[in-house]
Design a protein around this ligand. Structure first.
Ligand code: AKB
Length: 337
């Protein structure tokens, strides 16, 4: 069987490292990676080639490759993007547009479908107030699409760009619906938690930061209020969702952007779980107004009915399984506690 050629941008990030491992484990792919940083040793052997540098400036080199699949993970996350907004726009929007154009060009020219998998985010939503957030509960994809952050605006716009390049670019696919097209698929991820890597630059980071600190016996000052609630997911479920969505035949998909959910927790509930697992963990709450505002604008939970019905999505880890069967055993091995 010939291997499919896959590009993974942002390969050194949290999702990137876990995805490269997932693809390598599944087999059948030749993996090309791209990132600003050199590849960590843990995934070096899994990448056939690594392009190091700024994607926006390196895009021309990728025109020589015959990619079957592109996972475009490179991004500047929400907290970082808020303080360096022009830079974030360049990374998040320019980078995505350049890759979409490349994929659209290749699918047009060589009459083959190029799959483009895009991690969007709960940051694409914007709740007007805490009262609205509470009343809304689990939100559907088309509701509250009024992001309050540069990162959220970037993600929402890139979803639209993906739809544009896959459905309307050149304005000739409307009646044709040809099999050779850019096949854009996006997942709106909740806050992700890995037992192996730590996030940086995001705003859902308080969840994983708190747990990793508690596991190491380090004090942690949480930058949001105790009652702050958003949805979270174990990293293995995030990788499972990307690999599942990749394999769904296009005709089964009626949408291009999907919510996925696993469990929604307050920061206080995270603290309780951390203290139970690591008695003596020192966790305090000192809300940072800027970061608190960002998380308050994100929904408490998301409704993932579309993903469940159209491609059979369901998470492996609910909150108990996440702690008992994934996070705690792995983190204990990692930090020797
Ligand atoms: C962030 O906090 O910016 C990300 C996200 C929720 O997309 N983790």
């Amino acid at each position: 069987m010939t291997e499919k050629l896959v590009l993974v941008t942002g390969a050194c990030g949290e999702i990137g490292q876990a995805l490269v491992q997932g693809l390598a484990k599944q087999g059948g792919y030749k993996i090309v990676t791209a990132d600003l940083a050199p590849l960590p040793d843990s995934i070096k052997s899994m990448s056939a080639e690594h392009a190091q540098g700024d994607l926006v400036y390196r895009i021309k080199t990728f025109y020589d490759y015959d990619f079957d699949v592109i996972f475009h993970l490179a991004a500047s996350l929400s907290s970082k993007a808020e303080v360096a907004s022009e830079d974030a726009h360049r990374i998040n929007v320019e980078g995505t547009m350049q890759l979409l154009m490349l994929a659209a060009y290749r699918s047009e020219k060589y009459h083959k479908s190029v799959k483009f998998l895009f991690p969007s985010s709960i940051a694409a939503y914007g709740m007007a107030s805490r009262e609205v957030k509470k009343a809304a509960g689990a939100v559907k994809e088309d509701d509250y699409n009024t992001p309050h952050t540069m990162y959220g605006c970037n993600k929402l716009y890139c979803e639209k760009l993906g739809m544009y390049y896959s459905k309307y670019f050149g304005q000739k696919h409307l009646d044709e619906n040809p099999p050779h097209m850019l096949d854009f698929r996006a997942i709106r991820f909740p806050g992700l938690i890995s037992a192996f890597t730590l996030p940086s630059g995001g705003t859902s980071d308080y969840g994983p930061e708190m747990l990793h600190a508690a596991a190491q016996g380090k004090p942690y000052s949480c930058f949001v209020r105790e009652d702050t609630k958003i949805s979270f997911m174990a990293m293995p479920d995030a990788i499972k969702s990307l690999l599942m969505l990749l394999d769904v035949p296009r005709e089964k998909l009626k949408h291009q952007v999907y919510n996925i959910a696993a469990f929604a927790l307050t920061a206080g509930e995270f603290r309780d779980r951390a203290v139970k697992a690591f008695p003596g963990a020192q966790i305090t709450f000192e809300p940072n107004p800027r970061r608190q505002g960002i998380v308050d604008s994100w929904p408490e939970d998301v409704d993932d009915t579309l993903a469940r019905t159209e491609w059979g999505w369901s998470p492996d880890y609910d909150v108990d399984k996440f702690f008992d069967e994934y996070f705690l055993p792995e983190i204990r091995k990692r930090y020797g506690k």
